[in-house]
Design a protein around this ligand. Sequence first.
Ligand code: RVP
Length: 501
Amino acid sequence: MAHYIKEVSRTFGEYLLIPSLTTKECTPDNVSLKTPVVKFRQGETSKIQLNIPFVSAVMQAVSDDGLAIALARNGGLSFIFGSQPIESQAEMVRRVKKFKAGFVVSDSNLRPDCTLQDVVRLKEQTGHASVAITDDGTPNGKLLGMITSRDYRLKTDPLDKPVVDFMTPFENLIVGKLGLTLSEANTIIWDHKLNCLPIIDDNQRLQYFVFRKDYDNHIENPNELLDSHKKLMVGAGINSRDFKERVPALVDAGVDVLVVDSSDGFSEWQYETIRWIKETYNEEVKVGGGNVVDKEGFLYLVKAGADFVKVGIGGGSICITREQKGIGRGQATALIEVCQARQEYFEQTGIYIPICSDGGLVHDYHMTLALAMGADFLMMGRYFARFDESPSKKLAIGNSYVKEYWGEGSNRAQNWQRYDMGGNSKAALKFEEGVDSYVPYAGKMKDNLEITLGKIKSTMCSCGSVTIPQLQERAKITLVSSTSIVEGGAHDVILKDTKIQ
Ligand code: RVP
């Protein structure tokens, strides 16, 4: 006979936090949002810790190298999407690891046999006026010269003029050597009144440009999430099909942490994947598992060796798994049960397994609730898809801007591995578990994070906590009735921007 769970399946909107004493030390400035990502023993600290408790979803519309750089610079971490060829995912990881604030890999390069016509075409494509002339026309070829818009006059110069006739040749260029710091590069730029400084290696090969205008944007960012070599940290999603090829390529590219990306992670496929990674890399490579929604699923992945466990089925904003397959659980209930299981496991073994709450976070206060319920960090798709830094297209619809946001289980993403149930079935989605949608465009990530994190810190202070572990220990959480939810918004007043009939 089927087993009936007495607990109703609930979500974040059904709970509120009751304030605790706010002491004078509880000010937003004193709040630390540092949080562990991978398991650790009691008394030790996690080998990977975030400076803000946010990670971006393993999704085509969210986590490419561009968003990963922006998020790591703000203290969080991206898991680069896995529904792409192994080499291109590894290349994205490599680009994040290579990123140096203010040091830009040149996107405008031509060979010496090109002409003014090529310069004009390239400028139209990239919008950039500085062009590097390298022996093979690649961003890391041997630097032979530079062209800026001051080097030619379109009115008088013939379009077939060879670039070698008007470029500034290497001998006359001011260049920086690889290894110099951003502020040293900036000094050279100011001393020589340059707009841009090429950085070369010992073999005269171009490595980066440093632009004058970028300096202010790159002044130290105190929250940056850096590894022990001062490089930005980045994660990547993998699946339980091609992991034996994908994981080595990602490790080789320098990935810091992996997650097995599956809509239902309570499976032998996932167990095998995690075991293989742990046995092959001798615990050196960190990998999270998921998604699960109860104690049983949690313990199964912990037994496999998961470094963290991700919770959530069917709660994602673009997810229709619950409607299509009838599986899932209200995100708050799932999280509460798994966090209780984690606590019991910790008391029995002294090993702390971080929990990631994935999907369904709509309002900023939901984030604080999820942390208070025991999540160590939060995975979000919709939240990040709205920002400039996400890879999806920005469009004008009516009077407002939107960005595209589509689920991994949609026909558009075709991420069949995430929804695969094994067997000899063909490599294709059999039915959709996600939708293709728009989200309101919200501007720069940094500006939005400032507001969201400001609210989280303020709520934590109301709950008498200046760290996430304190919040988890001290939070008083109450269920709310549907009538009292109405009380929580503006009510019984006429809002000034509504039309009076
Ligand atoms: P949200 O932040 O609510 O947009 O949810 C993002 C999460 O939704 C992802 O991290 C993933 O777990 C889930 N997802 C991604 N694609 C799909 C789908 O197509 N059903 N679901």
